[in-house]
Each structure stands twice: as structure tokens, then as C-alpha cells.
Write a protein that binds this ligand. Structure first.
Ligand code: Z2T
Length: 827
């Protein structure tokens, strides 16, 4: 039967790579896939048919990639991430297959505009921000580098909420990204796996007379895999992203059948489906909800089961697992995978504990993405034990063995044991997930040089002393395919004209542009690209939000999640200060280059201070934009619902990139890299990857300001008093007083009182301490911007010297420092 099938399987071939080939296939999809004629087709019909047609061009390669990977028995990366912030798929698939021009021409011959269909796609927003977007960049790079990788995650029915503003305040709406069809996914309900929860554990004696433990769970759900293509860039490779969706199991159906309460029982089904219903919208501050832990276990249990049962050959000896897989933990969200693998090996496969632990320790590596203590996940033992009783026992055993080892190395050092225990006792007995990941992982890495250093010194000092070689750094990167080629076609063309197309897969080659910074003709062309991108942004904002941008102004952009440590408030104080100085007659508005201040930011729905800050920005914007005294000089825009799609138009238009977090708080940042690669200059603190950006682009092409991390540390230790800055700095005082006066709230002093009093009396992130340095740096920006040629030169050098920030380079570093394995390196 199988033999027969193999013989009779015709090769899968892509449609012809030509305008005629495309048009034929597109019409076939429209007719037979969508069931409409061209005459009657809606824009959405056309978009869906187009997506399915483009998919066909990738299918043969996808099937071939899967087949080859099976046969090669090579080591794979399994990237475990609760978030993938993918962005739109259509354009990425088009550039990967080199189909953009063919499709444009083919559609035009049918009277359809590609740009119209493009707009129809709702991006899969299955992530919050940096961490989720990083995962998407990494899988793109691995596919482009032909490295075997499966991305595992969750297919949230609702991704990150859609942000709207009502009276300037954020209002969240559900992200119904699936409602108009999901042409990029391949569901496989027949391949669903079962995941268990709850219940208890029991001891028993197995057939060989050995005392063992087993888990007697109370309930279960099905995980249905949805496969997504991850196309490499024009290299004939298509990797897989497998996202899990929760469904009710047969047990639910039976319960329905046997119960008189038919409707109630059906309702119980939705209980199971809740698990993958919605993405938790907190970036960097986990909420500790039971459903979130269910999500975490759900997707890693599905993924390990899938890899062991379906990806590996049936006769595979799991003792060789470390030769075939590395599970990369994207922060601690998937770390419950560690006790899950132990449970499979010890309880199901009946291995000895030590044997199982030796294998498990080689299969995991952990990436930490934060330094904020409040962002380190801990799960109360009571909650974890109720949901996953066997896993909790396994965690206890891992901890006992680990602490016994530590005690041997440091006899009598009780305090150290307490500090290093995976189980915290206060304020509540809980599991420190970062400690579990560190103990279990073969390697632990931070995401920028400074962050990795602080991770060793401040977050996990005992562990880095205990295992100095376990710790390493891999500085983040971004994919140049999406964030340069796709987002900035004009710059891409300019670069390719100058140095050829090789840079797209070898971004260090941007260096070859360096001499062109001194070429006046090239600078002229570079400025034309910026001007073009600003017009493109202007048109988009007009269409999308009814926002009008002034014609010729410096575009100063701060886009990232709203968080106090990122200090959007510092930016607001800068704007208010300029505004106040102009209307009080101190500053002549014509003496500074006209600026547009653009913001993009979502606040976690429960984060009060962040939501207030959003309202403040909008209210300041309204007053400033409506005041004739500053008209033309200062404009504030805050388009709602900043997402990957908007970033793709906003970033290429930017002149100035705001990266102003308090030193020692931003793990890396990745927006900072996208801006530099698109020719914006950075004004930034000595934080995260800013440090490396400045080192590479050169001090003279970067506006550095603010306290450095050791100074922050010293100031906080000595006792920080924000009010003293307020009292001693009149410019600062006037800006704060203006906000406090209610001038941006129709005279109501109460609206922004919490922000004002927080700044004056708490200011956890030292906004006031850095205020004057920031203003001084902004003066340097103004002066530099006036010298158009010098500014352009700096912008070009930013591009030329930022090739290091390709996620391809980051992937090579992971291969070298963490995954290192011959098959991976040789590919
Ligand atoms: C996140 O996006 C980041 C860190 C987190 O720590 C959680 C989330 Cl959801 C638990 C960000 C960092 O804040 C940012 O500095 C970094 O560039 C990004 O992850 C990718 O590493």
C-alpha cells in the first residue's frame, strides 16, 4: 500500500513562474477555491484567491523541505515561543518567491491592483512586541539560512487587541483576525494530540517490581496543529511554523451524549477551547493567571509530543535525543517543557531519573529577555500543583538534587541555598521559572551585550558563579527581508544599485556603501528616498486615520510598547517644554527645524499609568496641534493601533529614532536596529543594544545622553529625590507645572495628577534625573539636522554600519555558542 503510494505519487510542481502561469492559477483559485467569477468577486475574494495562488508557488518546496529533513536525520531547532508577531504574510511570500512583479502585472491585466489586495490582509498579531517579533525574525532567518527548524507556538483566536482612542484614552477591541478567512494556515485536525491537566499522582509497582509514580489527570484537551509556511528568501526552502489550537476531546462528546443537560454539556466544550482563545496582552509583566499557565503547558506538551511521535522516526532511541533536537526556550513561558520531558522519560519510558536528567539537560537552552524583577515569572506552588501535580513533584526533585550539589560545593552556606532555590518561600511558596530554566538549560543567554552582563551580575549572580560557562550573549537581530526589502523598497533599490543584491542575505556587506556617504550625488538620492518614504507615510496616515502631516519636517519617532521604563513621559516633557518655551516667548519657533513627533504604543489594558500616559500624549497633541503659535514648528501625531504593518511604513520615513529607556532596563530593543538600518539617527541612552549600535555607527553619528547603568545604581542606592530636580531646574519645573495646571485637560487638574505626582515623588525610572541631558541632546539633534549634507552622511553611515543587526547573524551566533552541532553548521 505504502509502496504503491510512493510509486504513484506524481511530483508536486509549482505553477509556471510567469504572468500567464500566475493569471491562470489565480483565476482557477477564484473560480474553484472561492467559487466566484471575476465579475462578481469582492476584494476579499480576490485577496483570498491571490494568497492561495502564491501559496501554490511555495508548496512543492515545502513538501520537499519536510521530506529532506526527515531523510537527513539532521539536528533541528525547535523554537518554543508563546508569541509570534508575524506581520502580514502576502508580501513576504511574494518577495521570497520573487513573484512581486509577475503578480502586479498579472493582476493589472485583470484590472486589479495588488496594493488594494495587500490592504485586505489582517496581520496575525500573535505577540505583544519585541519578544514575539524576535521569534518571527528568527524563523525567517533560519529558513533563509536553510537551517532545519520548527517553530512551535499557540494559534490564538484573538491576537493582540486592536487599539482605538476615545477622547484620547485607549479603548481595546477584539482582534478578529480570522473572520475574513485564514488562507495561510493548514489545519490538521486528524493529527491532534491529547494534553492532560489536573488530578493527582499515585505510586505503584510496575511489572518489573520497580516502585514508580504516575499521573492520574482529571481532564484533557486536544491540540490541533495548524501549519504555516516559513519561506526562506529565494532559496527554495520552506520551514514550518506549527501553532496549536485547543479543542474538546471525545470525553466531552461522551459526557454530552450521556447527560440530560445537553446544552450545558456543549457549553463545557468551549471550556477546552478557551485555552487558545486569546493572547495575554502584557508585555514584560506577566499576570499569573491560571489560564496563562494552561496555555503554556498546552503548547509545549503538544510540541514535545509532536516532535517525539511525529517528527522523529518511529524506532528512534530517545537516548540520542540531544543529537536531533535543541528546544530553545523563548523566555520562561515554555519552561514547563522541562518537567514535561522528564515526565515522559521517567514515567512513560520508565528510565532512571539520572539517565533522564542527563538527556534533558542537553535538550534545552534558555533565552532571558528582561532585567525587570517584576517581569520574572513565578508560579505559586498551589496553582501549579493543582494544574500539574506530577510536574510540581518533578520540579521539587530537580530542586532537591540541584541544592544537594550546591551544598556540596559550598558546605554550610544556608543563605546561598535559599537564594538559589527554584522554590521561593516568600511572599508565597512559588516556582521561580527563570531558575528552573537556568538549572535545566545547557546554555543561558541574554539578548544584548550589556543585558547579558547584567544578567550574570545582577539577576543570576549565584548561578553564573556556579556555572560560569553556561552563560553567554547573543545580541538580537532583525530580518532585513521584512524590515528593509519589504518595508523600504526605494532604499533597497538604491542599495542594490550601489553594491548588488547580495546584502539581503549577507547584511554585513552594507559596509560596501560606506564610501558613498562622501558622494554628494548618492546623498541626494538617499534624501530622495527618505522624502519618498515620508510621502508614503503621509498618504497612509491620511487614508488610515485622517491625520495630515506637514510637508517638510524632521520626523522624530518613538514606537514601542507603553511602559514606564521606556520613558515615553520623558519624550512628552521634551515636547511640552518646547511648547511652553515657544508660547512664553523664550524660544523663537522659526529658530528650530520643524518637527513631527510621532508615537505608536499599546498599553497593557490593566496598566493604569501606561494608559494615562497615552491619554497625556493625545491631549498634549491636541493642544499643540491646534495652537497657531507653534503651527508648523511642532506637530504631534499618535496613530492608533501601532503594529507590524504600520511599522513597515513608519520606520523607513523616520529621521530620528527615540531609544530613551533608563540605562539598565531595556534588555535589547529591536526597533532601535530597524531604524538604524533604515537611515534614522538614534537619540538614546546607554542601554540594551543601543550600546552596540553606537559602537558600530560611531559616536559622531549617534546622540547619546543620560546616566549610565552604574550611575543609576549609585543614585538609587544613595536615595533618589526627583523633587530636587524639579526645584532646581526651571525649564523642567515649567514643563511639569504646565501639565499640572490642567492646560492639556481643558483646565482640569485632576486628569493627569497621577502622572505628575508619580514624577515628583516616585519616578522609578529617573525621568527627571535624565531630563536636562535629554534636552541638551535634542539641541544637538537640531543643530545637526540643519546641516543637511552632514546629517545625510550620518544617516548613510548608520545604514552601512548596521549590518551586524541582521537576525541571520544572530542565528549564526546561536549556532556557534548554543546549538553548535555539525549538521546545523554544515546544513
Ligand atoms: C518582551 O517583548 C520583551 C521582554 C520580556 O521579558 C517580555 C516581552 Cl513580551 C519577559 C522584550 C524586551 O523588553 C526587549 O528589550 C527585547 O528587545 C525583546 O524582548 C526581544 O528580546
Amino acid at each position: 500500500m505504502t509502496e504503491n503510494r510512493a510509486n504513484s505519487t506524481a511530483p508536486v510542481t509549482a505553477p509556471q513562474h510567469s504572468v500567464e502561469g500566475f493569471v491562470k492559477e489565480f483565476l482557477r483559485e477564484l473560480h474553484f477555491g472561492q467559487g466566484v467569477t471575476l465579475e462578481r468577486a469582492s476584494v476579499n475574494d480576490e485577496y483570498l484567491a491571490l494568497a492561495r495562488t502564491v501559496r501554490e508557488y511555495l508548496m512543492a518546496r515545502w513538501l520537499e523541505t519536510v521530506r529532506r529533513q526527515r531523510d537527513a536525520q539532521a539536528k533541528s531547532v525547535a523554537y518554543l515561543s508563546a508569541e509570534y508577531l508575524l506581520g502580514r504574510q502576502l508580501d513576504n511570500a511574494l518577495i521570497a518567491t520573487d513573484m512581486t512583479e509577475i503578480v502586479e502585472e498579472g493582476l493589472a491585466s485583470l484590472g486589479i491592483e495588488l496594493s488594494t489586495l495587500r490592504e485586505q490582509e489582517v496581520e496575525p498579531g500573535l505577540g505583544n512586541g519585541g519578544l514575539g517579533r524576535l521569534a518571527a525574525c528568527f524563523v525567517d532567518s533560519l529558513a533563509t539560512m536553510s537551517v532545519p527548524c520548527i517553530g512551535y507556538g499557540i494559534r490564538y483566536e484573538y491576537g493582540i487587541f486592536r487599539q482605538t482612542f476615545v477622547d484620547g484614552f485607549q479603548v481595546e477591541q477584539a482582534d478578529t483576525w480570522l473572520t475574513l478567512g485564514a488562507p495561510w494556515e493548514f489545519p490538521h485536525p486528524e493529527a491532534a494530540v491529547t494534553v492532560h491537566f489536573g488530578g493527582s499522582t499515585e505510586r505503584y509497582t510496575d511489572d518489573d517490581g520497580v516502585e514508580r509514580t504516575r499521573w492520574v489527570p482529571a481532564w484533557d484537551v486536544l491540540g490541533v496543529p495548524y501549519n504555516y509556511m516559513v519561506p526562506g528568501y529565494q532559496n527554495g526552502r520552506v520551514n514550518t511554523l506549527r501553532l496549536w489550537s485547543a479543542r474538546a476531546t471525545k470525553a466531552f462528546d461522551l459526557a454530552i451524549f450521556n447527560s440530560g443537560e445537553y446544552v450545558d454539556a456543549v457549553r463545557a466544550q468551549t471550556f477546552a477551547e478557551n485555552i487558545s482563545k486569546v493572547l495575554y496582552p502584557e508585555d514584560s509583566t506577566p499576570q499569573g493567571k491560571e489560564l496563562r499557565l494552561q496555555q503554556q503547558y498546552f503548547f509545549v506538551a503538544c510540541s514535545i509530543r509532536d516532535f517525539v511521535d511525529n517528527v522523529l522516526p518511529a524506532d528512534f532511541d530517545l537516548h540520542n535525543l540531544p543529537d536531533r533536537i535543541i528546544f530553545q526556550l523563548n523566555d520562561t513561558h515554555p519552561v514547563i517543557a522541562v518537567p514535561e520531558l522528564m515526565r515522559i522519560l521517567v514515567d512513560e519510558k520508565k528510565w532512571d531519573w539520572d539517565e533522564a536528567w542527563a538527556v534533558t539537560q542537553k535538550c534545552f537552552a534558555y533565552t532571558c529577555h528582561t532585567l525587570l524583577p517584576e517581569a520574572l515569572e513565578v508560579w505559586p506552588v498551589a496553582l501549579l500543583g493543582k494544574l500539574l501535580p506530577r510536574h510540581l513533584e518533578i520540579i521539587y526533585r530537580i530542586n532537591d538534587d540541584f541544592l544537594a550539589e550546591v551544598a556540596q560545593r559550598y558546605p554550610g552556606d544556608e543563605l546561598r541555598l535559599r537564594r538559589m532555590s527554584i522554590i521561593a518561600e516568600y511572599p508565597e511558596r512559588s516556582v521561580r521559572m527563570a531558575f528552573l530554566a537556568t538549572v535545566a538549560g545547557a546554555k543561558v543567554n541574554g539578548v544584548a551585550a550589556l543585558h547579558s552582563q547584567l544578567l550574570r551580575d545582577k539577576v543570576l549572580p549565584d548561578f553564573s558563579e556556579y556555572w560560569p560557562d553556561k552563560f553567554t550573549n547573543v545580541t538580537n537581530g532583525v530580518t532585513p527581508r521584512r524590515f528593509v526589502r519589504l518595508a523600504n523598497p526605494a532604499l533597497s533599490e538604491l542599495i542594490t544599485d550601489a553594491i548588488g543584491p547580495g546584502w539581503l542575505t549577507d547584511l554585513a556587506r552594507l559596509r560596501e556603501m560606506e564610501p558613498l556617504a562622501d558622494d554628494a550625488e548618492f546623498r541626494e538620492k538617499f534624501r530622495a528616498v527618505k522624502a519618498h518614504n515620508k510621502q508614503r507615510l503621509s498618504a497612509l496616515l491620511q487614508r488610515r486615520d485622517g491625520i495630515t502631516l506637514p510637508g517638510d519636517a524632521m520626523l522624530d519617532v518613538m514606537v514601542k510598547r507603553l511602559h514606564e521604563y521606556k520613558r515615553q513621559t520623558l519624550k512628552v516633557l521634551h515636547i511640552v517644554s518646547l511648547y511652553e518655551r515657544i508660547i512664553s516667548g523664550e524660544l523663537d519657533p522659526t529658530s528650530i527645524p520643524p518637527r513631527v513627533f510621532a508615537f505608536g504604543a499599546k498599553a497593557a489594558p490593566g496598566y493604569k499609568m501606561a494608559k494615562q500616559t497615552i491619554a497625556l500624549i493625545n491631549h498634549v497633541g491636541r493642544v499643540v496641534n491646534d495652537d497657531p503659535r507653534v503651527k508648523g514648528a511642532l506637530t504631534v501625531v499618535f496613530p492608533p493601533n501601532y503594529n507590524v504593518t504600520l511599522a513597515e511604513t513608519l520606520i523607513p520615513a523616520a529621521d530620528l529614532s527615540e531609544q530613551i529607556s533608563l540605562a539598565g532596563k531595556e534588555a535589547s530593543g529591536t526597533g532601535n536596529m530597524k531604524f538604524a538600518l533604515n537611515g534614522a539617527l538614534t537619540i538614546g541612552t546607554d542601554d540594551g543594544a543601543n550600546v552596540e549600535i553606537r559602537e558600530l555607527v560611531g559616536d559622531e553619528n549617534f546622540f547619546l545622553f543620560g546616566l549610565v547603568e552604574p550611575e543609576v545604581d549609585a543614585l538609587v542606592t544613595a536615595g533618589y529625590h526627583p523633587s530636587s530636580y524639579y526645584e532646581e531646574n526651571p525649564t523642567l519645573r515649567r514643563a511639569i507645572d504646565r501639565i499640572a495646571s490642567g492646560a492639556f485637560a481643558g483646565g482640569d487638574r485632576t486628569v493627569f495628577e497621577p502622572i505628575v505626582s508619580n514624577l515628583l515623588h516616585e519616578d522609578r525610572f529617573l525621568v527627571l534625573a535624565d531630563f536636562q541631558a535629554y534636552l541638551d541632546a535634542q539641541d544637538r539633534v537640531d543643530a545637526a539636522y540643519r546641516d543637511t549634507e552632514a546629517w545625510t552622511r550620518s544617516a548613510i553611515l548608520n545604514v552601512a554600519r548596521s549590518g551586524y543587526f541582521s537576525s541571520d547573524r544572530a542565528m549564526w551566533d546561536y549556532i556557534d555558542r548554543i546549538w553548535h552541532s555539525q549538521p546545523l553548521a554544515a546544513r
